[in-house]
Design a protein around this ligand. Structure first.
Ligand SMILES: Nc1ncnc2c1ncn2[C@@H]1O[C@H](COP(=O)(O)OP(=O)(O)OP(=O)(O)O)[C@@H](O)[C@H]1O
Length: 417
């Protein structure tokens, strides 16, 4: 799994020529003496992908305003077969839209997209047999039917051979602990049970790629752990390629060697999580409960006490560093009762990245623009090529750099734009 290039990502897909998959030749990568084929390296491939939504809203009795929302903007990345990649970003960043384009539910407004050599928008049905999808906020199961009936329907829909269906069902039921739930109508399942039910449904047909959109949203700690353990095992045992979106950094920390940050539809960072912390210079917080109220503890720099409330103290320290030496020092010198470590808020990390980027480009005012509201009218549907060219003109005028070439290497990952 993971990076064959030491962690840093580059986006040169070889000049945009057809991938091995386009010729239907590079499926398994075994034919060239153990070298990973291009089809495997670019199992999921996006090149300059865009999605513009045309939104109309009533602004008066007879007046309508047309707004163009650029949900995904020149997005380019690739994911190798068997990789497990996390995708994070604030609300409305374009993560779900990207997943929907990768399944063929949505058609890109521009750019090139391939999954296992298949163009999702053109061959959605063919792709469906090779991918599984879980949307954390929605279920693909039949609400009023017992769980097992949903699986039986999927057995038929995907035309899964009987023996394979039975073997997969047995395995998934055991791994996801669904045995006692198969006769329960989906509407009676708890959120965590339903999520496990949905994950099993997405895997019954042995997909090579699994997309998970917020797989742990709303789950309690025990359910989160169960889901994460299962995904880790799935990836290790079956080399299933996993692309997941999340707001929970612990999902990434525990599952993915690589994280992509998307904001305003653009790729802002691609690399290991530790590199993201470095890029954003973010901090974690060690919360310590002492036996009694005390003056701020003497923490070794750069750690420092940022808050004291009774016997509880909060210490900020660099997120990329281990908490262990700090914990050991406090435990040795103070009457420590309890402690916990809090992860940095991803929105704060991204905000810091923005500030750094704005400084780098010298255009502090540019940082918030990407989702654009435009009043001009045009034919229904997505943006026309003319509109997009106008946007590009604007971008050039404002000195925006293209996300593919302007990345700043930070030694671990890549700050892309
Ligand atoms: N069908 C649609 N029609 C119009 N606009 C849409 C549509 N789907 C998404 N958008 C807009 O596209 C942008 C990206 O939305 P998207 O759902 O991809 O974000 P996200 O990163 O998944 O956010 P969240 O973390 O909140 O789920 C938002 O501005 C959203 O309002």
């Amino acid at each position: 799994m993971g990076d064959d290039d030491g962690g840093a990502r580059t986006y040169d897909a070889g000049g945009g020529g057809p991938s091995a998959y386009d010729e239907e030749g590079g499926g398994n990568g075994d034919g060239d003496g153990g070298r990973v084929s291009r089809g495997d390296r670019e199992f999921i491939l996006l090149e300059g992908v865009e999605k513009v939504f045309d939104v109309r809203r009533r602004t008066g009795f007879l007046k309508r305003e047309r707004r163009r929302v650029r949900a995904v903007d020149s997005l380019s990345f690739s994911v190798a077969r068997g990789e497990m990649v996390g995708c994070i970003g604030p609300n409305g960043a374009g993560k779900s839209t990207t997943i929907k384009m990768l399944t063929g539910i949505l058609t890109p407004s521009g750019g090139r997209l391939r999954v296992a050599g298949i163009d999702p928008a053109r061959e959605r049905m063919r792709l469906a047999h090779r991918i599984g999808v879980v949307f954390g906020q929605r279920t693909t199961l039949w609400w009023d039917l017992p769980l097992l009936d949903s699986y039986r329907l999927m057995h038929r829909m995907y035309r899964i051979p009987d023996a394979r269906y039975r073997a997969n069902l047995d395995r998934l039921v055991a791994l996801l602990d669904l045995g006692g739930l198969l006769d329960t109508p989906v509407r009676q399942l708890s959120l965590g049970q339903r999520m496990r039910g949905d994950i099993a449904a997405a895997l019954l047909h042995d997909p090579e790629v699994l997309y998970l959109d917020e797989p742990t949203i709303g789950l309690d700690v025990v359910s989160k752990t169960r889901v994460r353990d299962f995904l880790r095992e799935l990836n290790a045992e079956r080399a299933t390629t996993v692309l997941l979106t999340t707001h929970d950094l612990q999902d990434i920390e525990q599952l993915c060697s690589r994280v992509m940050v998307i904001d305003h539809g653009r790729l802002m960072y691609d690399g290991p999580l530790t590199g993201l912390h470095r890029a954003g210079e973010s901090e974690r917080t060690l919360v310590v409960d002492l036996e009694r109220e005390m003056p701020p503890v003497d923490a070794p720099a750069p750690a420092r006490v940022v808050r004291v409330e009774g016997p509880r103290q909060w210490l900020a320290f660099p997120a990329a560093e281990s908490a262990a030496p700090l914990v050991a020092r406090i435990a040795a010198e103070y009457p420590l009762v309890d402690l916990s470590v809090r992860e940095p808020d991803i929105e704060a990390v991204i905000a810091k990245m923005y500030a750094e980027r704005a400084e780098r480009v010298g255009q502090a005012g540019r940082a918030g623009r990407a989702v654009r509201a435009e009043g001009r009218g045009s034919a229904a549907g997505d943006a026309t090529e003319e509109d997009r060219e106008e946007d590009r003109e604007e971008d050039r005028g404002e000195g925006r750099e293209d996300g593919r070439g302007d990345g700043r290497e930070d030694g671990a990952g890549r700050v892309v734009s």
